[in-house]
Ligand binder design. Structure first.
Ligand code: TXA
Ligand code: MG
Length: 315
């Protein structure tokens, strides 16, 4: 198991020595290494058992740093960065050659993000390099939103886990790129489509599900617990699967089942998002045959929550 602590200087020293450190962000915990050091980046892929065709997001301390690693922001990307950084937004930008090929999986864009977490922002400011950081989970499993989640699965593969408390957003960043100068959303996430559209106007949504996706976070089956999940209307599903041992994931309604998780007792989608991955991990540990999950209204963060639930349910 890895050491868990709040010692930013220790995290900094390890990263400067080419080691991997798990870092807190507002979305999910990241498995971080020096983005400019191909050896450190290779170790990230190895620790996660992640295929090399899946590029990594590079974390920077502020929007000004973007120009070091990518071509200058355009008026449109500048407005997005100004509005949402630090925050749960990743911008795909034409990359500069100093970013190792391994980071971008050979693509000509690099995903940049300035995370909104005080510890990690300070760490990024102190370091002389940006941090490549995928979510700190084995490839294909549910992302971690606490230091304990990270330790449970990757604890033996990393030097240190910087504990910044539970993630406040709980869903990965929303990924936005410019396809032919039109803002395009490649992954739904912690920043809602509607909020982005207040800055950009209508966006194109391009969530790949093929076996050779542009963003493998968009693989049909991803973010998945080990147990089988079925999504739909809970009263109907409870009837259909009444002969099995089941666990229930609901938004506000308490089904008074022995095995259940109510995501947002107050009805807030932000609260549901924050709890989602903890809920999936918890339900995955229960002595049940399967998990029945209800979907959120298709708006705001509900869209991203449903995206994760559907991918978790895909076989
Ligand atoms: O919230 C987040 O984004 C978290 C925290 C740690 O920052 N990170 C995260 O990383 O979710 P990861 O590696 O689990 O997901 C990154 C996604 C992948 O689906 C990857 O394919 C996509 O971003 N991606 C990264 N760079 C890309 C690029 N240049 N073009 C297209 N997709 C890219
Ligand atoms: Mg991930």
């Amino acid at each position: 198991m890895a050491e868990i602590g709040t010692d930013m200087m220790k995290a900094q020293a390890l990263l400067e020595a080419g080691e991997l450190v798990a870092i807190p962000t507002e979305t999910v915990y990241g498995l971080a290494g020096n983005a400019l050091d191909a050896n450190a980046v290779a170790r990230i892929f190895e620790a996660k058992n992640r295929p090399h065709f899946d590029p990594l997001i590079v974390h920077i301390p502020n929007a000004a740093a973007a120009a070091q690693y990518a071509l200058p922001l355009t008026p449109q990307t500048r407005r997005l960065a100004d509005a949402f950084w630090p925050g749960p937004l990743t911008l795909l930008l034409p990359r500069k050659p100093m970013i190792p090929d391994l980071v971008t999986a050979g693509l000509d864009t690099v995903g940049l993000r300035c995370p909104r977490h005080p510890l990690t922002l300070q760490l990024l400011k102190n370091l002389s390099f940006p941090l490549a950081a995928p979510s700190a989970n084995p490839f294909g499993y549910v992302s971690p939103t606490t230091a304990t989640h990270v330790n449970a699965q990757l604890g033996d593969k990393i030097a240190y886990i910087l504990d910044g408390g539970p993630c406040t957003v709980g869903l990965e960043s929303t990924i936005v790129g410019m396809a032919d100068h039109a803002p395009t959303l490649y992954r739904l996430g912690g920043l809602s489509q509607e909020t982005i559209e207040t800055i950009t106007g209508p966006v194109t949504v391009s969530l790949n599900t093929s076996s050779n996706p542009k963003a493998p976070g968009q693989l049909k089956s991803h973010y998945a617990p080990t147990k089988r999940i079925v999504t739909g209307s809970l009263p109907a599903l409870l009837q259909e699967y009444k002969h099995l041992a089941i666990a229930v994931l609901s938004f506000t309604h308490n089904y008074k089942m022995p095995h259940q998780f109510v995501l947002a007792p107050t009805g807030s989608m932000a609260e549901a998002a924050q709890n989602l991955f903890t809920a999936l991990r918890y339900l995955d540990t229960l002595p049940v045959d399967m998990i029945l999950a209800e979907l959120a209204p298709e708006e705001g963060l509900g869209r991203a929550i449903n995206d994760r639930l559907r991918r978790a349910a895909a076989q």
